[in-house]
Design a protein around this ligand. Structure first.
Ligand code: NAP
Length: 249
């Protein structure tokens, strides 16, 4: 049966690759984000390439009050039959700026945590009435342990991972599923100039998208992508704090 999926932050590097896989397997899509011109071009490409049914919707993460009506528009578009919401947007600040400037710090926390929690609340309320479907959101391995080089972003993602965990527990009893996605380093506009494409620990968006698509089909709870990040983070999380604080990470 064809799925009706809302992808929020659909023009992000990872989401773009994921949308291609979803369209290829016959899902109907709403691509949501704030750059409507880019979303329209992306939708046109998916329609031509895969004959997919694709619509676009405007979404601004920091406009919290608009989230319930955004969810409502998506639900009405799919005639009250949304299979899943996949949240893919995010913001990677320069850590030093978050230390100097409260506005940047707040933007990092609000974009990566508060707004996602707020959006998921509205989507969960809908799925609770449907008693089926899923929520999925991209967190990060950066949330597994705070490091001096990116702890503002990492703290927001840690909050998100924890929120998703609680939501999964609620969803289990209410009839919907929750997938937490924890990528390592991915070669996208977010990391341009920070990570080097082609280096061994940097993955392509296509590789990460394949893992996400498989996790959705296999009804997984939490994934690290690529999977070897699970082992890397197990080692990092097991370093005693008195040693960890001395490292320059
Ligand atoms: N790349 C990595 O190494 C990596 C690693 C771990 C986790 N992640 C996570 O993976 C997800 C996708 O990241 P990516 O690497 O694919 O990033 P990306 O290509 O840089 O895309 C970021 C997306 O977030 C959207 N966005 C930012 N602020 C927004 C706001 N206020 N309202 C609506 N949309 C907003 C951007 O929209 P505009 O185009 O309109 O700016 C863009 O679509 C993010 O959650 C990121 O934190 C990435």
């Amino acid at each position: 049966m064809s799925e009706n999926i809302v992808v929020v932050g659909a023009n992000s590097g990872i989401a773009e690759a994921l949308c291609r896989l979803l369209a290829e397997r016959g899902c109907r899509l709403i691509l949501a984000g704030r750059n409507l011109d880019q979303l329209e071009r992306q939708a046109a490409d998916l329609r031509i390439r895969y004959r997919a049914e694709v619509a676009i919707e405007s979404f601004e993460a920091l406009d919290f009050c608009s989230h319930p009506s955004f969810v409502d528009r998506c639900v009405r578009h799919f005639a009250r039959d949304v299979t899943g919401f996949i949240v893919c947007y995010g913001y990677l600040p320069i850590q030093e700026e978050t230390q100097r400037d409260g506005v940047t710090l707040r933007k990092a926390i609000d974009t990566n945590f508060t707004s996602v929690a707020c959006l998921l609340n509205a989507a969960a309320a809908y799925l609770e009435t449907r008693k089926a479907g899923y929520l999925a959101a991209i967190s990060s391995v950066a949330g597994d342990r705070g490091r001096q080089s990116n702890y503002a972003y990492g703290a927001a993602k840690a909050g998100l991972s924890s929120y998703l965990q609680g939501l999964r527990n609620r969803g289990h009893h209410a009839g919907f599923r929750v997938l937490t996605i924890k990528p390592g380093m991915v070669d996208t506009p977010m990391t341009a100039g920070i990570v080097k494409a082609g280096s061994p620990l940097v993955s392509s968006p296509a590789r990460v998208a394949q893992d996400i698509d498989r996790a959705l089909r296999n009804r997984r709870d939490v994934i690290y992508t690529p999977g070897y990040w699970y082992y890397i983070m197990s080692i990092i999380c097991n370093i005693p704090e008195r040693l960890f604080k001395r490292l320059r990470l």
